[in-house]
Design a protein. Sequence first.
Length: 163
Amino acid sequence: MKTKPSGDRSSLERNRELHSHRYVQIPGPWVKSDTEKANLFASRLPAVYKPHDVTPDPEILRKLETHAQHTEKPRAFTIGELKRVIKHLHPRKAPGPYFITTFIIQELLPEGLKAILHLLNSIPRLEHWPKPLKQAKVIMILKPGKTPADVTSYRPISLLPII
């Protein structure tokens, strides 16, 4: 029977250490559940990340009024162009909110490719970007060398749909 070296930690000890950082604390009560953690991060992010001012610049508006608008729509994408882009997608890109991976896109049948092509060609034609393609899955990543117990130690990463 093999004996364990005295310096080797048990898997139980390693497991406890891995999961000992499950709680995030800011001044106030401890946060224990995933819902409480999500609410904590949700209350923190608006204080840190402010939306851009969308008030149009009068100078830009004046220039736009004096120049003739370009009415020609861009040409439609072809199935060959779509296949080339899909072929060069990064294989390890994280899936967005719909869990569609690069592998799934690359294995689509011709009917699926035609549906994506139709969607992509309708965006400039209708001058509208669909909401589902603008939604992101936000993941909080611990900054290197920071304490996991502080909510300010996390960086939000936005995962957009691969399409």
